[in-house]
Design a protein around this ligand. Sequence first.
Ligand SMILES: Nc1nc2c(ncn2[C@@H]2O[C@H](COP(=O)(O)OP(=O)(O)OP(=O)(O)O)[C@@H](O)[C@H]2O)c(=O)[nH]1
Ligand SMILES: [Mg+2]
Length: 329
Amino acid sequence: MLEVEFETIPTVPTADEVLDRSLRRAAAKKKLKTNIDKANEEFVRAVGSAIHDKLKSVVSSFPSFERLPPFYQEVTDILVSLDRIKKSLGAVSWAADQARIVGSGYTRSMRSGVDTDQKRRQAVARIASIVHQVEDDLAFLNEARNILRKLPHVSEDEFTVVVAGFPNVGKSSFIRLVSTAEPEIAAYPFTTKGVIVGHREIGKRDRIQFIDTPGVLERPADERNPIEKQAVSAIINTADVVLFILDASEHCGYSIDDQIRLQDEIRQLVDVPVETVVNKADIRGIEGYPAMSTLTGEGVDEVLDLLLTYRKEATQTNLREPPQPETQE
Ligand SMILES: Nc1nc2c(ncn2[C@@H]2O[C@H](COP(=O)(O)OP(=O)(O)OP(=O)(O)O)[C@@H](O)[C@H]2O)c(=O)[nH]1
Ligand SMILES: [Mg+2]
């Protein structure tokens, strides 16, 4: 399983923090030298290399986005812009190299006979200006880090049901009933603002992954907001089966026709099965679709059983392993 390491990205320091820390370290080294020229030389070399190391460690604390699963690449792009992250990482890496180059250049220039105190001050000013040039990049990377670390863990290996539909139709109510996830439920649209992951144990050793998504409106893809775009990305990139929930009561605030059009769009977007069920059947059902009510619990087990039939098919076709006998579960 490819682990997504967003949670382990440490806080990205500000430009001033990078400078203060490196100057303090270098000052400690300078104290060890008794000859003033040697001390200045050591100081400048140490500042350059401390800044180099710190900035490079910022860059390497971010994962290489090309190697992440497509869902994480897309969501990163939706939430913080992949291009901007790459540009900022490039700028910080450049500053790291420049700091070391300038540090060792000044170190070499401190021959006997030159005013090494003056050289030291010039070197520190040059290096500080390099670090300040990437001040905005460091601040942006810290914002990105704060957003990315909150993304849920989506496993690529587990059989995954993605629950989709218009806002307010009862997606989160279903996820709450059948999985470990505890999404917020409320009587207004866009209660769920990001992808939420839960699990359900199947037998003793196995589990499936349930993904709750924000509601999606029936409108052109480029008009969708970032919340809807995350939902579409999860549907396209993570689902083994999509559970599309219709609200026939229209209590959600949207017409059945619009909901069916969205369902058709999603069927076109994915290669996996899309199972459509009608929720809020305690108010109203539609002929021809399985019905459930997350309020009364009616029909929910049947919907789960239906989803699990896809899991068996996926197990047989993907893994080419014989299904486990039912009696052992
Ligand atoms: N009568 C009835 N109400 C339901 C049922 N399921 C959900 N609701 C209500 O519908 C509203 C929306 O439920 P949520 O589960 O938050 O819907 P959602 O699809 O996750 O909504 P978003 O996150 O906004 O997209 C809440 O007021 C629920 O109590 C149901 O089976 N019957
Ligand atoms: Mg929800």
